[in-house]
Design a protein around this ligand. Structure first.
Ligand code: KIV
Length: 291
């Protein structure tokens, strides 16, 4: 586990003496109950995507309490253009790796396109696979009112569900990548979607690309936490795609992304240095050789 400074430790203790989600020292896994308590305390928390064991272990050691094995793996890890082609086999393999690489974070596995749209029974079969074969603690699926029956059956079956409304990338062919919830009618629909997933038993809901004022209203109205991505500062939690926020993604990233690193440049420069050392005979040096 990460060593916290004294100041951080104080900051990460709450008034009732329990551990804050971010930076807490315990080694047991975060649960959905911990997430619910954080909302009661008014505590904000960070979430990142992860697609492999080694990267996930870095985020876990840094104290990120919730890691999402997002189907953004499609674009960010597997080389697809969208999330649409991602399969259950791929999500199961990636989720299992992230679970193996972590000790504390709650791991949420995304249900890919086509694995739950047929109905609740298909959703239960897919979610059960992620829980049993990969070991995730919760699953995520897209859709508000249209997915409430799936959410209800999973929750009744003992599988915690994170919902995802607003922009739902699996529907890119129908909705494109546009801000959702603009205008009175769309805002009312988003509120209905948020209430529907809460009523169905979701423990949290991702709000993607939603006007900040509307996301703030949803956050006030719901008793489950909202996880914003391009949804303003009032959400209870914030999630970013890790390759975007650490600057590994090539090309343009969405406006709502803040870059906290430039891994593409760092890695590119290191790899070029290695290549030049090999070509010039500087690697391996004597200390890198065995005799
Ligand atoms: O797949 C994903 O990474 C997501 C996040 C953007 C919320 O759904």
């Amino acid at each position: 586990m990460t060593q916290l400074s004294a100041a951080q430790t104080v900051q990460n203790r709450t008034s009732d003496g329990s551990k804050a989600l971010y930076g807490g020292k315990g080694t047991r896994r975060i649960t959905v109950r911990d997430i619910a308590l954080a909302k009661e305390r008014g505590e904000k928390w960070p979430m990142l995507t992860a697609y492999d064991a080694m990267t996930a272990s870095v985020f876990d050691e840094a104290g990120i309490p919730v890691l999402l094995v997002g189907d953004s793996a499609g674009n960010c890890h597997l080389g697809y253009e969208t999330t649409v082609p991602v399969t259950m086999d791929e999500m199961t393999m990636l989720s299992a790796a992230v679970v193996r690489g972590t000790q504390r974070a709650l791991i949420v596995g995304d249900l890919p396109f086509g694995s739950y749209q047929e109905g609740p029974v298909q959703a239960l079969r897919s979610a059960t696979r992620l829980v049993k074969d990969a070991g995730v603690g919760a699953v995520k699926l897209e859709g508000g009112e249209r997915s409430h029956e799936q959410i209800r059956l999973l929750v009744e079956s003992g599988i915690p569900v994170m919902a995802h409304i607003g922009l739902t990338p699996q529907s890119v062919n129908a909705m494109g990548y546009r801000v959702q919830g603009r205008g009175e009618e769309a805002a009312q629909q988003l509120l209905r979607d948020a209430k529907a997933v809460q009523d169905a038993g979701a423990f949290a809901v991702v709000l993607e690309l939603v006007p900040a004022e509307l996301a703030a209203e949803v956050t006030r109205v719901l008793h489950i936490p909202t996880v914003g991505i391009g949804a303003g500062v009032e959400c209870d939690a914030q999630v970013l795609v890790w390759t975007d926020m650490l600057g590994l993604t090539g090309g343009r990233v969405p406006k709502f992304v803040k870059k906290y690193g430039n891994l593409r440049e760092v890695m590119g420069n290191a790899v070029k240095e290695f290549a030049e050392d090999v070509v010039g005979g500087a690697f391996p040096a004597e200390e890198n050789s065995v005799h």
